[in-house]
Ligand binder design. Structure first.
Ligand code: GZL
Length: 339
């Protein structure tokens, strides 16, 4: 009896051990398979966004977030540099350590990118530059630059200004220039277009160039300070390098009792063409809104898909943009805008 009961216990123990072993193997396979499948499917993108300084920038970030979603097979890791290039370098180096599949950079300024782009290159990670550009000798350090032709934007504004009469009392045009972040491609090229325009028109002159850093607060601050001197109040045109500085400048004009718009003293030229600026243009308060399209997400996704399929992609992609005035603007266009 004892022998058979011993034997029975032994057999039961062996069956239990085999069952547990099989269960463990199945669980491991399921777990490993699930995790492996999840990790394998997501294409991880490290995105160094320069900041959140303007409505344009917020729209640009939203476009990227709306495009690179998990259900479309992406993991988008965004780091906001608060307009500091050093923060971008730190973010990019963390992306390299994480071993992301691709890095996207919206650079604060053009200079200073050679070393960190070489580090990314040496790590074997592809890079796409969006919005502004980077000034590097070796353009093989990035796949492509998706952005705007900022010089053309400025030239469209100058073409409109050329169609305007000079001040009949003075025989000239006194222009106040609000500049964006020094060294950013948008600032460099929009400034170049104005300065080349002034050079070609002796009856135009730049009364002052104020630094607004692409923000509404700074635009208001420098404009308020400038208008505090009565000698500075006779400006004919404000050439403002983005809408948010324009909104600050408009507040300063109103507080100084200076009229603006179609029926006012000061004609305003602005860049970005956000909904708020277009509405002011429609209402005759802003004369020219030069569009700067922030909706880079879909364009960048198409380029990444083509790159992953082994196709060659262009080194530079310009997005479509329009120069809006009351002549070509409708409420329907404004209401249909995404930003
Ligand atoms: C332009 C972009 C500029 C916008 C500003 O592509 O770099 O930066 O014109 C933004 O609104 O701050």
């Amino acid at each position: 009896m004892k022998r058979s009961s011993d034997t029975g216990r032994l057999i039961a123990t062996i069956i239990l051990m085999i069952t547990l072993a099989l269960a463990g193997v199945m669980m491991a396979a399921c777990k490993g398979g699930t995790e492996e499948t999840d990790e394998k499917e997501l294409f991880v993108i490290g995105f160094s966004q320069l900041g959140s300084e303007s409505d344009w920038r917020l729209a640009n970030t939203k476009s990227m977030m709306d495009t690179f979603t998990n259900d479309k097979g992406y993991e988008l890791v965004i780091q906001n540099a608060k307009q500091q290039q050093d923060n971008q370098f730190a973010a990019i180096r963390s992306f390299i350590l994480e071993g992301v599949d691709l890095i996207i950079i919206a650079p604060t300024v053009e200079e200073g990118w050679e070393n960190v782009l070489r580090e990314i290159h040496d790590a074997g990670i592809p890079v796409i530059i969006i919005d502004r550009s980077v000034a590097v000798w070796d353009t093989n350090l990035f796949l492509t630059n998706v952005g705007s032709d900022f010089l053309r934007q400025g030239q469209m504004a100058i073409e409109w200004l050329e169609s305007q009469p000079v001040n009949p009392d003075t025989g000239c045009l006194k222009i106040l220039h609000l500049q964006g972040t020094y060294g950013a491609t948008a600032q460099i090229q929009r400034t170049r277009a104005l300065e080349e325009g002034v050079e070609a028109h002796p009856e135009w002159y730049i009364a002052s160039q104020l630094y607004g850093d692409f923000t509404e607060a700074k635009g208001y601050e420098v404009m308020t300070e400038y208008l505090s001197d009565p000698e500075n109040r006779d400006i004919d045109v404000i050439y403002s390098e983005n809408d948010n500085m324009t909104f600050g400048a408009i507040q300063a004009l109103e507080e100084a009792g200076i009229t603006y718009g179609d029926e006012g003293q000061v004609k305003i030229i602005t860049f970005d063409a956000t909904k708020k600026a277009l509405q002011l243009c429609m209402d005759g308060k802003i004369s020219v809104c030069v569009e700067c399209n922030p909706m880079h997400g879909p364009v960048v996704e198409d380029l990444i898909s083509r790159y992953r399929a082994g196709e060659s992609i262009p080194r530079q992609i310009f997005v479509d943009e329009t120069c809006f005035t009351r002549d070509n603007l409708t409420q329907e266009i404004i209401d249909g805008r995404e930003y």
